[in-house]
Design a protein around this ligand. Structure first.
Ligand SMILES: [Zn+2]
Ligand SMILES: [Zn+2]
Ligand SMILES: [Zn+2]
Length: 458
């Protein structure tokens, strides 16, 4: 049995199949998308009036900072206008006829998403995009195929990455996919080639004949006529006599092309500089930036299809950080709480504190760690230690009593510097947590106090 139920007081619909039921949240307007619907839904169904709104929605879903939410299956209703141009960004077109197929597809994507590892780790923006793209391809068992797109800067777009990056950033989509290929995560098959503007890399070019002398495209073009009998060659205009053609040299009438005469080539005259010439120069005017490119200056882009390799599948499942954390974790030196206390005591026992010494503590909201398996918590703990140790000097001391508590001593920093360090650490840890599990009000609390027997909040 299969049914789609819309609850009267919410936009949520439930798709049922046999004994299972899956929660599909229907979104009718751009404003209806909220984080909760991403959190609790198995899939989303976009049912806006226009494809423009549907496009806006898929962009904000796919660019969610939380990878798990960004990869949620999203279907588009067959009732959306002009959906042909954007359907490649969706996991399927929903109608009465496709319900059953989409349900199977939804289950397949869901089980592949469940195979993936969503633990927290630090990636820069491009690495993060690359990893999400590989996860998208893996969960959809999909090859990144280029799609012709009139609004893309290079004329082609790709699923997922094309939804996240703006149309004018289409070159960056190719860069990311090419990195995936050179790193061995994908293989590339050339599909198309496109030429691009030398100045702005745009692919929307207007090719036309221009005057070789002044570059103007305002040309008058005429056929040349060759009269066989007397071998005279002149522009067609010179032969015109009312409705007939007559040779200006021998006054004979020209009747049949191929028998009396032929048109061996054409003649251009520039309306700007009056230069007459036979060979016009073809140039490519960039519609985006206005640069008039000589053909030899044009760039050339290969538009390919990218398919995941087994290595790419591993990265999709276990993350790009594997090699990364192994190398960095060796460099972090943490000490036990006892040793930290010892250092602190030593510092406080000095008659006069010549140097400025600070004690810092970072508390992670305990609820956050409860989302993770104990082994994952240890990885996160290491990541947080890495972040803090980046801003500590060689003599500074770091200790982590447990996965939600981090303590450190910092020597030799001015109040302004320590304040800045504190807020950088707070921002970076918050970002780490937000990237991993989503928005949190105050994921990490950083407190820094001066060691001078009194307490001095910063
Ligand atoms: Zn340009
Ligand atoms: Zn000219
Ligand atoms: Zn003649």
């Amino acid at each position: 049995m299969f049914e789609l139920i819309q609850h009267p007081n919410s936009s949520s619909k439930t798709l049922s199949f046999d004994n299972e039921s899956l929660n599909v949240v229907v979104i009718n307007r751009v404003g209806e998308l909220d984080v909760d619907s991403l959190q609790n839904a198995d899939a989303l169904l976009i049912q806006t009036t226009t494809s423009h709104d549907a496009n806006e929605l898929i962009r904000s879903i796919r660019s969610n900072r939380n990878r798990l939410k960004a990869l949620i299956p999203v279907f588009i209703s067959s009732t959306v206008s002009n959906l042909q141009s954007i359907r490649y960004q969706f996991d399927g077109v929903f109608s009465d006829d496709t319900k059953e197929i989409l349900l199977q597809r939804l289950k397949a994507i869901k089980s592949r998403l469940a195979e993936m590892n969503y633990e927290i780790h630090q990636l820069d923006y491009h690495q993060s995009l690359l990893q999400s793209a590989l996860q998208f391809a893996y969960s959809r068992e999909q090859v990144f195929e280029p799609v012709r797109n009139r609004f893309s800067k290079i004329g082609f777009s790709y699923p997922f990455l094309g939804a996240i990056l703006k149309e004018e950033e289409a070159n960056r989509v190719l860069e990311i996919l090419n990195i995936s290929c050179t790193e061995g995560y994908t293989t590339k098959k050339a599909i198309e080639k496109t030429h691009t503007c030398k100045k702005c890399s745009g692919g929307y070019l207007n090719y036309r004949e221009c005057c070789p002398k002044c570059g103007s495209s305002d040309l008058k073009t005429e056929d040349l006529i060759h009269h066989f009998l007397c071998a005279h060659i002149a522009p067609e205009q010179d032969y015109k006599k009312e409705d007939t053609l007559e040779c200006p040299k021998c006054d004979k009438e020209l009747r049949h092309i191929g028998i009396d005469y032929d048109k061996p080539s054409s003649m251009h005259t520039c309306n700007d500089c009056s230069h007459s010439f036979q060979q016009a120069e073809v140039k490519a005017l960039c519609i985006d930036c206005g640069h008039d490119n000589e053909l030899s200056q044009l760039g050339s882009l290969e538009i390919g299809a990218y398919e995941l390799t087994p290595h790419g599948e591993q990265i999709a499942k276990f993350g790009l950080h594997i090699q990364k954390t192994e190398t960095t974790s060796k460099e972090i030196h943490t000490v036990s709480v006892q040793i930290l206390e010892l250092f602190k005591k030593q510092e406080l026992s000095r008659e006069q504190l010549e140097k400025q010494c600070w004690e810092g503590s970072v508390r992670i909201h305990p609820e956050i760690m409860s989302h993770f398996h104990i082994e994952q918590q240890e990885i996160i703990q290491k990541e947080i230690c890495t972040i803090i140790s980046k801003y500590l000097g060689k003599a500074d001391v770091l200790s982590s009593p447990n996965t939600t508590w981090y303590r450190f001593l910092v020597y030799d920093k001015s109040p302004e510097n320590i304040e800045k360090t504190g807020s950088i650490i707070q921002n970076n840890i918050s970002k780490l947590i937000t990237d991993g599990i989503g928005e949190y009000e105050h994921p990490a609390e950083v407190l820094i106090t001066k060691l001078d027997n009194g307490v001095d909040h910063v």
